[in-house]
Design a protein. Structure first.
Length: 237
């Protein structure tokens, strides 16, 4: 619910959330590989993760700031409207791919479709992971806030994101790289070892971002409240 204050922070957080969400959807099909200076259990000396991992982690930063400032109901509205916008994005991309191409187009039809139209298994995995994990993030954030009051913003930011990211990662990787290929015949199913490496690699990055973005969450919330924006801080325990 938009309040009677200058909505710059609110609009900016919604804009960041949707921008990161759209970016994640468009970059999900590329697998990234990052070499590590040391070898880790499961992943070895490299982290393999979907291209959407970084952009998607930013959505949790935006939603946690939004939840702290504007409350559970408004945060859930943003999350679920974002889900609908994901469907709008897919419809617009698909309609553009299917539209006739000019013979002098700088990008060929096949290249355009390959880059922008994610495979069905990626879409299924990302949509299911999104709607479950983002709603859980809001629920967990406010469950921790109900117990800590004004204290421990770091705990609800890291705690809600850490739990929601494991839910997101397991659902996305399992559906996109195993369930959809096996049940729907879309794509090639990965081996259990590959699935585990994808889950661990993606989660480690997301967890590191959740810890690293905590000072920025504090900064955004403090800047907004110093200008009288957002809901008042809850009373300290």
């Amino acid at each position: 619910m938009m309040r009677n204050d200058t909505p710059v922070t609110q609009v900016a957080l919604i804009g960041l959330f949707v921008t990161a969400l759209v970016t994640a959807q468009l970059t999900a099909s590329k697998l990234l590989l990052f070499e590590l200076p040391v070898s880790l259990p499961v992943t070895g000396a490299a982290l393999v993760l979907p291209g959407a991992a970084l952009a998607y982690a930013v959505t949790f930063f935006a939603s946690d700031c939004y939840a702290e400032l504007y409350g559970r109901r408004d945060a859930q509205v943003m999350v679920n409207v974002g889900f609908v916008m994901n469907l709008v994005l897919l419809a617009l991309v698909y309609s553009t791919v299917r539209a006739p191409i000019a013979p002098f187009s700088g990008v060929g039809q096949d290249a355009f479709a390959t880059v922008l139209l994610s495979a069905g298994n990626i879409v299924a995995g990302s949509l299911l992971a999104y709607v479950v994990s983002q709603n859980w993030d809001v629920i967990a954030f406010h469950a921790i806030r109900d117990r800590t009051g004004a204290s421990h913003l770091w705990l609800r930011n890291i705690g809600s994101t850490a739990t929601s990211q494991i839910i997101d990662t397991v659902i996305f990787v399992t559906v996109a790289f195993w369930a959809a290929p096996v049940l729907l015949g879309v794509g090639q199913p990965r081996t259990p070892a590959q699935l585990l490496a994808l889950i661990v690699g993606q989660y480690l990055l997301k967890l590191a971002i959740a810890v690293g973005d905590t000072p920025f969450v504090y900064a955004v919330v403090a800047a907004a409240r110093s200008r009288g924006l957002g809901a008042p801080a809850p009373a300290a325990d």
